[in-house]
Design a binder for this molecule. Structure first.
Ligand SMILES: Nc1ncnc2c1ncn2[C@@H]1O[C@H](COP(=O)(O)OP(=O)(O)O)[C@@H](O)[C@H]1O
Ligand SMILES: [Mg+2]
Length: 271
């Protein structure tokens, strides 16, 4: 087996007395999508913030290409090609597509002692980058981010990360707020990024979305890895059950049953 692009070895994270992540070990390879599943509060965001240099792990190691990483700040992770795309694309509604694509890395034209933001180059580069991902509806770099759909924003953010050489792409619930068609679109883009050899960590609690693009699945429950399996090893029902933590699901079912029962009692009493 090849060396994973990213590996976590026995990672723990506490905030003061609160233990949030317990002994997490995971590997992500190039050209592979790891789906990180788990209910609200399971520790998904804490895990990816640790990978992105926002938090420092309390103990354990994070390795890239087999070499241990030491992040002091988010920029260190970004410099190593670890790119996080947040739910809403993380961009500013009043900024143009071209501008937002180059935030922090603006192409400039120099004229004597002056330099200008090279709008034409920025626009052309941004539009070309998203088109390579099959988004042909974005054809004008001067358009504002606020006018794009949720799916288009995600596409733009992913295309941007790939353009600037990301090797690890972390997607935090990219399809959560989207309609079916838009979600399918984003999933296609995730697939495209996978084809280009990125190592992808896809966070979701929508099992169907995970099953569409995932090669490898990890389920977090209360900060611990409850399951770690590959495509085809579990059914949709088994994954849903796992995420709900088994007993929670059984509890819900019996609750629904008792509601149904009292409902039928009331209606028969009324007759
Ligand atoms: N900075 C923090 N300080 C203390 N507790 C935190 C902090 N960040 C997250 N937590 C706790 O860690 C747990 C996991 O949160 P989070 O990683 O956001 O879960 P998820 O993204 O899976 O919903 C929660 O109980 C949350 O309250
Ligand atoms: Mg979260």
């Amino acid at each position: 087996m090849t060396t994973p692009v990213l590996e976590l070895r026995n990672v723990n994270k506490s905030f003061g007395p609160i233990d949030v992540l317990h002994d997490i070990s995971l590997k992500v390879h190039a050209g592979e999508v790891l789906c990180l599943l788990g209910d609200n509060g399971a520790g998904k965001s804490t895990l990816i913030k640790t990978l992105a240099g926002v938090h420092k792990q309390t103990s354990g190691q994070i390795l890239m290409d087999g070499e241990e990483l030491m992040f002091e700040r988010p920029k260190d992770a970004a410099d190593r090609g670890i790119s996080t795309v947040h739910q809403f694309g993380g961009t500013f509604p009043l900024m143009s597509i071209g501008r937002s694509f180059f935030v922090g890395v603006e192409p400039v034209i120099k004229w004597g002692p002056f330099s200008f933001f090279d709008r034409k180059t920025a626009n052309e580069t941004a539009v070309k980058a998203v088109r390579e991902f099959g988004i042909t509806r974005i054809d004008d770099g001067d358009r504002l981010i606020g006018g794009l759909s949720g799916g288009e924003r995600q596409a733009l953010a992913i295309a941007r990360a790939v353009h600037f050489g990301a090797r690890v792409l972390i997607l935090d619930e990219p399809t959560a707020a989207l309609g079916v068609k838009e979600a399918a679109h984003v999933l296609r883009i995730v697939f495209e990024a996978r084809k280009r050899g990125l190592a992808i960590i896809f966070i979701t609690h929508q099992v169907m979305h995970a099953m569409t693009v995932g090669d490898h699945f990890a389920v977090l429950i209360r900060g611990a890895l409850a399951a770690d399996f590959r495509k085809g090893e579990k059914t949709r029902e088994e994954i849903t059950d796992l995420m709900a933590g088994g007993e929670a699901m059984a509890e819900l079912e019996s609750e629904i049953e008792s509601y149904a029962q009292s409902d039928s009692e009331t209606s028969s009493a009324a007759q």
